[in-house]
Design a binder for this molecule. Structure first.
Ligand SMILES: Cc1ncc(COP(=O)(O)O)c(C=O)c1O
Length: 406
């Protein structure tokens, strides 16, 4: 089909869209013949398919006219109530009215960008950060600025300095996007003190905070029971909090949510109306029924053990196989570990060779890094492959990097 008719008619927003740099790598990293440390998806073995089938049957036979119908834009009320109850236990002062169901937490990010950002506005992001957030910022023609983070949290001095410099230059620095728990891609989590300091800095600097927490329930410390004291519990009046069932029950049902102050929720509802009227009533009802008939906390405990075991296997294999001078985060939850290769290795350049020769795929660091050097970094997930392949993949990749170092 010729593409000449639409090209000149594309909006300025459409011309600003950027593809996710990771999705662009898909043909390379999704080769079924390779051991994949690349896929950023939960392990399908963890989806409670049998229990969800029972929930599908119950909601379809029990209330077909409700679950097959449109709903209010905020989404299926009984699920909003259950989600809000769980969030209250984490200290977030919310209720069903302060909750908007979204099509995955990705839509919550997009709604926040549409409600808060104008072209040219600055959003502060961690270095490294989630590529999907950068895509929503670019779609608004807003500008991400990177803030350094260390193993404990965001570098507050760098945050203050960056905001001051940008504001002196006349820039509108509106918001901070952060993933405090088991971050994608680094696997790192902020300490309680780091969250306190960040909350205080957001107050001083008058920043809106977007707290993205899709991995918060996936702590490997089973005693923590997922309560990772959100920023939204500390500064609820300036925080949009996004959660998701994607990593814990099903990514394909596409059910996420946001909690925010009522003026934000009302605007986000209007933005959502414009894009999809409401998220799937059926999928929300299935999850609500699942939560009513199953012990979700017991499921979460099993999930944490599942991922903790795999994380430990991968990290031990990395320690054994990778060349000296390699550094890796030791994630306390989530699905990812983040590594820095020894001097002289470029993860981006070496990816296609690693896939071709070692038959192992990973995600290079560059797409996650707004400012600074991405080339030594890489993201590995321990979520997808079974234990034997985690060990074999780390062995082959370690040997590959050793050979490249010479
Ligand atoms: C940090 C982060 N935020 C948001 C999302 C989007 O998840 P979903 O839309 O499935 O809830 C992801 C998915 O990988 C993610 O890693």
């Amino acid at each position: 089909m010729p593409t000449t008719l639409f090209g000149p008619k594309f909006s300025q927003d459409a011309n600003a869209f950027v593809p996710s740099a990771i999705r662009a790598l898909a043909p390379l990293i999704n080769d079924p013949g390779v051991i994949s440390f690349a896929a950023g998806v939960p392990n399908p073995e963890t989806f409670p398919a049998g229990a969800l089938l029972e929930s599908c049957q119950r909601v379809l036979s029990g209330m077909p006219s409700r679950v097959l119908q449109y709903d209010v834009t905020a989404g299926f009320g009984p699920l909003r109530e259950k989600v809000a109850e769980r969030s209250q236990k984490k200290g977030i002062p919310t209720d069903a009215g302060g909750t908007l169901l979204t099509t995955g937490s990705q839509q919550a990010l997009d709604l926040a960008a549409r409600v808060l950002l104008d072209p040219g506005d600055v959003v502060l992001v961690e270095v490294p950060t989630y590529v999907g957030a950068l895509v929503t910022i670019a779609a608004r023609r807003a500008v991400p600025k990177g803030i350094r983070r260390n193993e404990d949290g965001i570098d507050i001095a760098h945050l203050e300095e960056t905001v001051a410099t940008l504001r002196e230059a006349g820039r509108n620095v509106k918001a901070l996007y952060t993933i405090p728990n088991f971050q994608n891609p680094s696997g790192l989590s902020m300490t309680g003190e780091a969250k306190e300091a960040l909350a205080a800095a957001a107050e001083r600097l008058d920043l809106a905070v977007f707290e993205d927490d899709p991995y918060g329930e996936l702590s490997f410390d089973s005693s923590a029971r997922g309560d990772f004291s959100p920023l939204a519990a500390r500064i609820p009046h300036r925080t949009v909090y996004a959660g998701s069932f994607s990593k814990t029950l099903s990514a394909g049902l596409r059910v996420g949510w946001l909690h925010a102050p009522s003026d934000f929720v009302r605007k986000a509802e209007l933005a959502k109306q414009a894009s999809d009227l409401c998220s799937s009533t059926f999928n929300a009802a299935v999850l609500e029924d699942y939560l009513a008939h199953n012990d979700y906390d017991a499921h979460l405990l099993r999930l944490r053990e599942f991922y903790r075991d795999r994380k430990e296997i991968l990290m031990a294999a990395i320690r054994e196989s990778f060349p000296p001078g390699t550094w890796f985060s030791d994630p306390a939850g989530g699905l990812f570990a983040w590594g820095r290769l020894p001097e002289g290795l470029d993860s981006r350049v070496l990816l296609s060779k690693a896939v071709a020769e070692a038959r192992v795929a990973y995600v290079p660091g560059e797409p996650f890094i707004v400012e600074g050097e991405g080339r030594p970094f890489l993201r590995l997930t321990f979520a997808k492959e079974p234990p034997g392949k985690l060990v074999e993949g780390a062995r082959r990749l370690g040997e590959f990097f050793r050979t490249e170092l010479g």
